[in-house]
Write a protein that binds this ligand. Structure first.
Ligand SMILES: CC(=O)[C@@H](O)[C@H](O)COP(=O)(O)O
Ligand SMILES: NCC(=O)COP(=O)(O)O
Length: 238
């Protein structure tokens, strides 16, 4: 069964907008898990525009499902994740000024850099996932780097879903096949929502985890977080 990891970056965006502590990020994680989330994902960006490094410390004390920290592995990020040792670290190639994640790693050109990072994380007992485009060559190179998982970057799927979902899913099916053939588990994320999630999950067998934030938190404004998480989990039952 595919795990739903709720990305709570946007809870922190709302909290930061007033400079106080409402909504409290740790409470949001506690409630998301109470409502059925099977993981909590955060992406502490270098400018801390939403999730702060302090949030990561606070969350490390309360998350009881799987804690997934995403980010670019610069020195500060590595010190953070090695200190708090989450369940999983998802390595993302984002530039500091990226408005959001907009591409997967070039795992061929960054092989030596990523191999060193993955080795350090594995030695710390942290599961590693590399954020990649649905490109079989990038997936194969991620396996050579000895990552445990790849996370398929699903923005292109979401963008093309309504136009031609069969075409939109094709590269993801191929990438997942190659991942499994190379001993990698498959995660997915970015721009997944209540419209496009079920078709994705139905077509990617053994999908280990989806991490969903922007659409899920937006839906929760109208539906409430409990019903929203229930609806997203229903999409994963196929
Ligand atoms: C890797 C990924 O797709 C998510 O971490 C996404 O980047 C969310 O980041 P923002 O919430 O800052 O858009
Ligand atoms: N890894 C994807 C993630 O954590 C959330 O992405 P989004 O749902 O906010 O686009």
């Amino acid at each position: 069964m595919t795990r739903l990891s709720v990305n709570i970056n946007k809870i922190a965006t709302l909290r930061n907008s007033r400079g106080a502590d409402m909504p409290n990020v740790a409470n949001a994680a506690i409630n998301a898990e109470k409502f059925g989330a099977e993981g909590i994902t955060v992406h502490p960006r270098p400018d801390e525009r939403h999730i702060t490094y302090q949030d990561v410390e606070d969350l490390s004390k309360v998350v009881t499902t799987e804690f997934n920290i995403e980010g670019y592995p610069n020195k500060r990020f590595m010190e953070l994740v090695l200190k708090y040792k989450p369940t999983q670290v998802t390595l993302v190639p984002d530039a500091p000024d990226a408005i959001t994640s907009n591409a997967g790693w070039n795992t061929i050109n960054n092989k030596s850099f990523l191999t060193e990072i993955v080795h350090e994380l594995r030695n710390a007992g942290i599961r590693t996932s590399i954020f990649v485009d649905p490109d079989t060559k990038m997936v194969e190179a991620a396996a050579a780097i000895k990552a445990s998982r790849v996370e398929l970057y699903t923005e292109p799927y979401a963008t093309n879903y309504h136009q031609d979902r069969d075409q939109a899913i094709k590269s993801y099916i191929d990438a997942a096949d190659v991942a499994y053939m190379n001993g990698l588990a498959v995660n997915a994320g970015h721009d997944l929502n209540l419209d496009n999630l079920a078709f994705f999950a139905q077509n990617i067998p053994n999908l280990a985890e989806v991490s969903i934030g922007h659409a899920l938190i937006s839906d929760a404004i109208y539906l409430g977080m409990e019903l929203t998480i229930l609806k997203y989990k229903e999409c994963l039952r196929h």
